[in-house]
Design a protein around this ligand. Structure first.
Ligand code: PNS
Length: 164
């Protein structure tokens, strides 16, 4: 089955990357799709986010990185995907994800949302926390792929201050 893994990815974290790699082992093809959510006031442009993901998953042959601004289910139908992959961290993710899964199911009943549990080490990792740490010059080395680390400090006009 082909699946779509959608998100804001502003920016991609190692938690996202872990889900992409695991999904690529479980499914025939994974479309990682950057959605532009105007309400979220993103730090990186969609093009920058797509480029960082491409650099980070270039070694995985059954992953395609793309962007969209429409309905997720329309994208999934267009590319022939039968599933939507979502990562779940703490219980706090569940309410939001459950609502979206049910709405997507209402829109296109034949597309299944599949939840993958986060790996323990990424339980509390989020793009917003990474941006906050980086904005103070804190170390984000184990939290984001190398393609993201330098770009994030550049974007924030910050220099990393050592290993903390
Ligand atoms: O990383 P995020 O911000 O939690 O991802 C949210 C995303 C992109 C998955 C969600 O906003 C989405 O699906 N957007 C596409 C528009 C859409 O289909 N909206 C209806 C969802 S029920």
């Amino acid at each position: 089955m082909k699946v779509v893994y959608p998100g804001s990815f502003d920016p991609l974290t190692n938690g996202h990357l872990d889900i992409i790699r695991r999904a690529a082992r479980s499914f025939d093809h994974v479309f990682v799709v950057v959605f532009d959510n105007a309400a979220k006031n993103a730090l990186f442009s969609v093009e920058e986010r797509v480029a960082m993901i491409n650099e980070s998953v270039g070694d995985v042959s059954n992953v395609t990185v793309d962007s969209s601004s429409g309905l997720l289910v329309n994208y999934a139908k267009k590319c022939g995907a039968g599933g939507i992959v979502k990562g779940l961290r703490a219980v706090s993710d569940f309410d939001y994800e459950f609502k979206m899964a049910l709405m997507n199911k209402k829109l296109v009943p034949e597309i299944e949302t599949v939840f993958m549990m986060t790996s323990l080490k990424y339980l509390y990792l989020s793009s917003s926390l990474v941006k906050e740490v980086a904005s103070y010059g804190g170390c984000i080395r184990d939290l984001v792929p190398p393609a993201v680390e330098a770009r994030l400090f550049d974007k924030l006009k910050k220099k990393p201050q050592g290993d903390i």
